[in-house]
Design a protein around this ligand. Structure first.
Ligand SMILES: [Zn+2]
Length: 265
């Protein structure tokens, strides 16, 4: 075999390995066989003193209400894990992940997602990858009046979330809504809101079987907002007012887990 052929074979081997690994990870997390393994990696998003302080003070307990939310919601679909997730806070990272392309062309987005996966792998200090571990990079920013945070994202391939959050205790409950939303993206959930931020009916509404005009107290997590009394989208105060709707449950594999559970009886 000449060198060129060998190199092609090697590349194909690496590619097959990556595809196989991605499949294995999805099989693991979407099977709901045990608590989700989540690593949280804080990053100072704007170099501010507020972000430095938020990172210094952060601890595993800060994410408790995400665990409570997940445990409560997956139980409604027949998956009973207490706890439903285990969070490990890793040391602060001094580098930021590669930013997504501004124009969302398919090729550019694909290349960027590969770049991001490579970047995440390099951050792991060359340890063997831990299959099934969800990696959430939290970029902290000092709150600024009228300035919105960059768009957060969660990628199913590679189980990676890049989440922009506020370095502000008063925003902790809302930060956790955003983190939970991106976490469910890594498990395969899709967005359920329209371009203007309105939840999409019926799948983006809590209790989708009710008519669209019926008042809701809760938000579907992948819509991120409930519809207020005046018909405007409202961010719920915290995860206690968020639910996983049936379509999201289906997308993140809860239906399969549900069927398996009852088939085994
Ligand atoms: Zn989203």
């Amino acid at each position: 075999m000449n060198f060129r052929r060998f190199r092609i074979l090697l590349l194909l081997g690496v590619l097959a390995g990556v595809i196989g690994f991605t499949w294995l990870e999805q099989f693991m997390v979407r099977g709901w066989r045990g608590p989700l393994d989540i690593a949280v990696i804080p990053i100072n998003g704007d170099g501010s003193a507020e972000a430095t302080e938020a990172i210094r003070a952060m601890q595993e307990q800060d994410f408790l209400d995400i665990g409570v939310f997940l445990e409560r919601e997956v139980a409604r679909y027949g998956v009973k894990h207490a706890p439903a997730m285990q969070v490990t806070v890793l040391p602060e990272l001094k580098q930021k992940p590669p930013a997504p392309p501004r124009d969302g062309s398919v090729l550019k987005t694909m290349l960027w997602s590969l770049k991001l996966r490579g970047w995440v792998y390099r951050q792991s200090d060359g340890w063997l990858p831990q299959p099934g571990r969800i990696k959430l990079f939290l970029l902290y920013h000092a709150p600024e009046d009228g300035v919105a945070l960059e768009h957060s994202l969660g990628l199913q391939k590679g189980l990676i979330g890049v989440v922009h959050v506020f370095a502000d205790r008063a925003q902790a409950a809302q930060n956790n809504i955003v983190i939970a939303h991106e976490l469910l993206h890594t498990l395969g959930a899709t967005d359920k809101y329209e371009a203007g931020g309105m939840p999409r009916y019926p799948q983006g509404y809590a209790e989708p079987e009710l008519p669209q005009s019926a008042q809701r107290r809760e938000a579907e997590i992948m819509a991120g907002r409930l519809v207020g009394a005046n018909g405007e989208p409202v961010m719920p105060p915290g995860l206690e007012r968020c639910v996983v709707g049936p379509l999201t449950a289906y997308e993140i594999g809860l239906d399969d887990a549900f069927k398996r559970r009852y088939a085994a009886r």
